[in-house]
Design a protein around this ligand. Sequence first.
Ligand SMILES: C[S@@+](CC[C@H](N)C(=O)[O-])C[C@H]1O[C@@H](n2cnc3c(N)ncnc32)[C@H](O)[C@@H]1O
Length: 154
Amino acid sequence: MPLALALYQPDIAQNAGTLARTAACFGLPLHIIEPAGFPVGDAGFRRAGMDYLDRVAIRRHASFTAFEAWRRAEGRRMVLCTTRGAVPHTGFAFADNDVLLLGRESAGVPEEVHALAQARIIIPLMADARSLNVAIAGAIILGEALRQTGGFPG
Ligand SMILES: C[S@@+](CC[C@H](N)C(=O)[O-])C[C@H]1O[C@@H](n2cnc3c(N)ncnc32)[C@H](O)[C@@H]1O
C-alpha cells in the first residue's frame, strides 16, 4: 500500500491543486477532508493540477469522522505535519502505508485532530519563521517519507 497525502479542510485551491499534481507524479492517492474553502471543479484547483488531475485518485471525505473511518479500516497511521510538531521530519521513521496529514492554511488542525494523530512531525525552521506554505511543507515531508520507504518511482 503506498503512502497517502491528506489535506484537512484546505482553504486555497491552488495549493490543493499543486499537491494533487505532486501526488500524481509519485503515484499516490490524495484525500481531501471537507469542508474545503473552494468548490469541486474550482478553476484554480484545475489550473494548478493541470492534466495531472486525470491521473490522481482523489477521495473527498465529508468530514473528519468519515476520514478517520477510512483510515482505521485501511490500518494506516495518521502522521500529522504541524508547526507544533515534536519530532523533526528527518528523525521520524516513516512506514510505507502512512497517511501524511497537512493542516489548513489559515489554522492548521483543531486540538482533537492533534490528539488523535499517531505522530506529529515538524520541519524545523528559523526561530522567527512561522510556517511554510502547505504545498512546500507537503513536498519536503513527502520527499523524506519516499526516500526512507523506497517509494520513489523506478
Ligand atoms: C500555513 S501552515 C498553517 C499555519 C497555522 N497557523 C498553524 O500554525 O498551524 C499550513 C500547514 O502546512 C504545514 N506546515 C507548514 N509549515 C510546517 C512545518 N514547519 N512543519 C510541518 N508542517 C508544516 C502544516 O500541515 C500546516 O498545518
